[in-house]
Unconditional design. Sequence first.
Lengths: 182, 402
Amino acid sequence: MSNQSESPNPTSSSNKITLKTSDNEVFEVEEAVAMKFCTVKQYFDDENNNNVTSGTSTTLIPLPNVESHPLAILITYCKKHLEIKANNADNKKEMEIDMEHYEREFLKNVMPQELTELILAANYLNFKEALDFFCRAVASAIQNKSVEYVRKFFGLESDFKPGEEEKLREEFAWSFEGVDED
Amino acid sequence: MGSISIQKDVCFVPKICPDVLVQILCRLPEKDLIQHKCVSKDWYFLISETCVPIVSANTSLCGLYFHTLALSDDMSRIQSNSSFDAKNFFFAELSKSGDRQVLEYVSLESGSDDIGVVEIDKHAKNLLDCCNGLLLFRKPSTRQYDIFNPTTKESVTIPYSCDSYCDAALTFDPCKSIHFKVICIPNFHLDAPKWLDMFSSETEKWVRHTLHFDPVHIDGSNIIKEFVSLNGMLYWVLASNNLFCIDLNLVSAHAIDLPKIERASLSSSIGVSMGHLCFAQRERSNISIWLLEDNNQADGWILKYSIRLDYLLDCLMVVQFRLLDEIFWFQPYAIHPKSYVIFLGTARSIISWHIKSIQFKLVSKTREGMVVPGSFTPVLTYSRCIVPLKSLGMRNFRSNQL
């Protein structure tokens, strides 16, 4: 995927930042992309403050909690996100439609196990848009589902004593109307 | 949100840390969130203690509670151009009509969110207060107060605090605590000792507190029984044009002057607007909106907005509300807690007014022969609360070793 997003500031678009993952892979990403990862931005800003004289382009930022596989996907997502934003700078509605379309396609190619990795990586990187998107996806997957389905979905077992769960269900009876039984 | 979906019937790897899980759960509809307390003990506490306060802080205004009254034949003959005596009779009748008023609810939500349907007993005549999703009723027949959550349809009953009936207010802030308080307020006679009774759902007891404050120039009778609780304080307006402020933690009280542009203020409403105490006042030729800054002193009043009444009425005529025939009064009825909206009302209608854009919307209009006695009975704002009243308000699950 070619990145054609035009940055208003040409010097920043030419700047590359190097990220190193836990499995020792090195990614060179544009500054605009890296700055969407708040954890990276924080590191980057701190480095610059501490060492004003050093060139910014040589910075290598280690990401000990992120593996290369989810990072590659997040970088792709982030580029696309910036691209859609730049293409629809003056039309918020169009942007949302494009984004929703892209996100729908995106989910078709993501395995559920991958989604967990992606959520953890996005959370560590503090990449807000992606984290929001993944959380929405999971929430809509368990929306209007039974308690049993949710347990299966998250691989959880009930640890209530016999009778306790029934008591709770009775108490929250108002919330149990109209649940899908699948 | 059917558009975003992930593959079905998968075992999702359970490695998600609690703060991400909170973000996922907080995006669920309120009903789903409460149901999923039954998933496991961890989820129960995570949802009760973390998600519910977050969701509660973001709930928007759902609707308004107000009363209506069927006019007697004598009253319905009186119009805005009737004689002074006739109007006095009208207001006198209105002021003692409490027993004949009917409780109404109007939803402000768009769409058909089924949880938003609030069932009310139309003949529950004794709605005293409404605070963050809980309602406080008085039940004279059994000498009890009833705390009711219309969303979860739960209720809790507590006895009166003393022999004679007093006004009562309800305070409840689900973002800060799962417990509510009922405050029973006698009229402060100038010479009598001053006290109030406070019930906490945490201790399940009434406690009487003596109040110390300067009694000079305070007329303790309150005309409209409109109470506002905000950040541990309880406020109401006294007949002597003071705002009475009680710190519910220290149980200390003071009164401050209300702000004034013109000498005579005709009618007013207090409420919360964007986290501040808000006082909306109808004056002779203006409607003014004041916010009280944090210091709770009279110099903390800031005039947020003031608009000429004739201009406001002109705007209203343009949107064809045809108000002229029903202008017995025209005044602020209630304040939107989460946006710059004031609810204005006449004898027969409630209108929402978006302050900055000067946009109006008709919220409710009474049937022929009915009035909204909004100048005598407060209009209360309602936002949903999903905190289960009994399990959390009245007993502690953790100590019961759930």
